[in-house]
Ligand binder design. Structure first.
Ligand code: ADP
Ligand code: MG
Length: 238
């Protein structure tokens, strides 16, 4: 079970409050997409769930456990960033294996997981290459592979397609949808692209200035936007 529950979650950087008390229940296996304009707090909210930022108010539960003070590596999550964040001096295999080595998995277990993820993502021929010898799309596959090998209960994606060209964006989006079907893991996905949100989400969370404007299925938000902000962002033309 890895539902993700936010209760009055808040975040301030110094005096600046950027998340103003977010309540949200994400069910085990659900695909939830956070959308909203630049600066509204999407990445911050994801980083709070990942444990990359400290929560300054409220409570966060993953799989029934309160994780406010739990280290990122113990939360059962894996995060994929827009910028790939690969280690430049390591080849693809070692980039994918690194987190497992830290977790002291056996060599055979690591090898099986890396090869299985490489097969899924069709990057088997690239395992010996360094990141600089890869295209943007291939790098993003490696970053997704690095998340897959950890067998997380929750995947977090922060605008994973925004550095890819249009054709690769579509292809990678389809692969992420397939990954969800295959793993049934909980997925929380940030984008400012409404097409991505509409096609991937079980439910969409619309954020605005650190608050939730509306939560609903793509169809609910499209046909019954709660206000003009939501309508402007994803609703049908009024
Ligand atoms: P989004 O991902 O929706 O574009 P962010 O979560 O990155 O938005 O940022 C939300 C707000 O928090 C912005 O006003 C941003 O400037 C601020 N912010 C984000 N990270 C920091 C930080 N480390 N220190 C201070 N302010 C930050
Ligand atoms: Mg962001």
């Amino acid at each position: 079970m890895a539902d993700v529950i936010l209760k009055n979650v808040q975040k301030s950087f110094g005096r600046a409050k950027v998340i103003h008390g977010v309540d949200l229940d994400i069910r085990d296996g659900e695909f939830v997409v956070f959308v909203g304009p630049s600066g509204c707090g999407k990445s911050t909210l994801l980083r709070l769930i990942a444990g990359l930022e400290d929560i300054t108010g409220g409570d966060l539960f993953i799989g029934g456990e309160r994780v406010n003070d739990l280290a990122p590596a113990k939360r059962g999550i894996a995060m994929v960033f827009q910028s790939y964040a690969l280690y430049p001096h390591m080849n693809v295999y070692d980039n994918m294996a690194f987190g497992l080595e830290l977790a002291k998995s056996s060599k055979a277990d690591i090898d099986a997981k890396v090869r299985e993820a490489a097969r899924l993502l069709q990057i088997e021929p690239l395992l010996e290459r360094k990141p600089r010898q890869l295209s943007g799309g291939q790098r993003q596959r490696v970053a997704i592979g690095r998340a897959i090998v950890r067998d997380p209960k929750v995947f977090l994606f922060d605008e994973p397609l925004s550095n890819l060209d249009a054709a690769l964006r579509v292809q990678t989006r389809i692969e992420i949808a397939k990954l969800h079907t295959d793993t049934r893991a909980t997925m929380i996905y940030v984008t400012h692209d409404q097409v991505e949100a509409m096609t991937l989400a079980d439910r969409i969370v619309v954020l605005h200035a650190g608050r939730i404007e509306q939560v609903g299925t793509p169809l609910e938000l499209y046909h019954r936007p709660a206000n003009l902000f939501v309508a402007g962002f994803i609703g049908s033309p009024q």
